[in-house]
Design a protein around this ligand. Structure first.
Ligand SMILES: Cc1cc2nc3c(=O)[nH]c(=O)nc-3n(C[C@H](O)[C@H](O)[C@H](O)COP(=O)(O)O)c2cc1C
Length: 211
């Protein structure tokens, strides 16, 4: 064994998404943010493209998001469709959360590696970052609202024209309890094809699986 299996499994199970509103005012220091980002860069990357690009919003830089999120949402919703409660919620999240990492990806200039593979690499990086947050006792949440695809978001993240926004990753010390979650048992999501018995995934038998 190269690592402590129970520690690794416990870390993965303990990783939870926290609403930014559930984060407290304690500051997330830059050296910790750098450790989190460094963990991200150790994700797998097809062809070593290392397509992840991060934009850290902190201190006065958070104003970009505090002003930007409601505006980007409103631009996306269109006149007459703006939900005021959602605007207020988007603004209020920066009362608590003091560190947000903009997630982006760039594409392989030589076109050897597909857009999908580069997106999956960034998703793997985010998982590493989230695990690192958990190890530090930091709450985090990856969000990908539809308006993230707007050009003004790409500009705010400083991504090149051909880059893609992959969402925002909120990081902060939790104010309340660490949330709990659950997952479907393996038989719902796994099919063994071992040449003996043809097993059937449980959800193929029960298509109306409840959340
Ligand atoms: C690719 C991706 C996008 C997500 N986007 C959102 C989002 O836009 N808003 C949100 O509230 N949560 C978002 N989440 C977080 C999920 O809601 C969360 O992972 C899920 O509820 C399971 O909870 P857990 O992360 O604590 O296990 C996203 C998660 C992933 C992996």
């Amino acid at each position: 064994m190269r690592h402590n299996l129970s520690d690794v499994a416990a870390l993965m199970k303990d990783r939870r998404s926290f609403s930014p509103e559930a984060m407290g005012p304690r500051k997330v220091h830059r050296d910790i943010v750098e450790e989190i980002l460094r963990a991200g860069t150790w994700a797998g990357t097809h062809g070593m493209t290392q397509p992840w690009r991060f934009t850290v919003f902190s201190e006065e830089g958070l104003a970009v998001l505090r002003d930007g999120l409601p505006q980007w949402y409103a631009n996306h919703a269109g006149p007459g469709n703006v939900n005021k409660a959602r605007v207020a919620k988007l603004k209020a999240r920066f009362d608590a959360c003091n560190c947000v990492i903009g997630l982006g990806r760039v594409h392989d200039p030589e076109g050897r590696i597909s857009e999908e593979d580069n997106a999956w690499a960034v998703a793997s990086a985010v998982q590493n970052m989230h695990l690192m947050c958990t190890a530090y006792g930091l709450g985090a949440k990856w969000t990908t609202p539809k308006f993230m695809g707007r050009p003004e978001v790409k500009k705010a993240l400083g991504l090149p024209e051909e880059g893609k926004v992959m969402g925002l990753f909120y990081v902060g010390y939790p104010e309340g309890d660490w949330p709990k979650s659950h997952r479907m048992p393996l038989e719902f999501v796994t099919r063994w094809q071992d040449g003996k018995v043809s097993s059937v995934r449980e959800h193929e038998l029960k298509p109306t699986l409840k959340k």
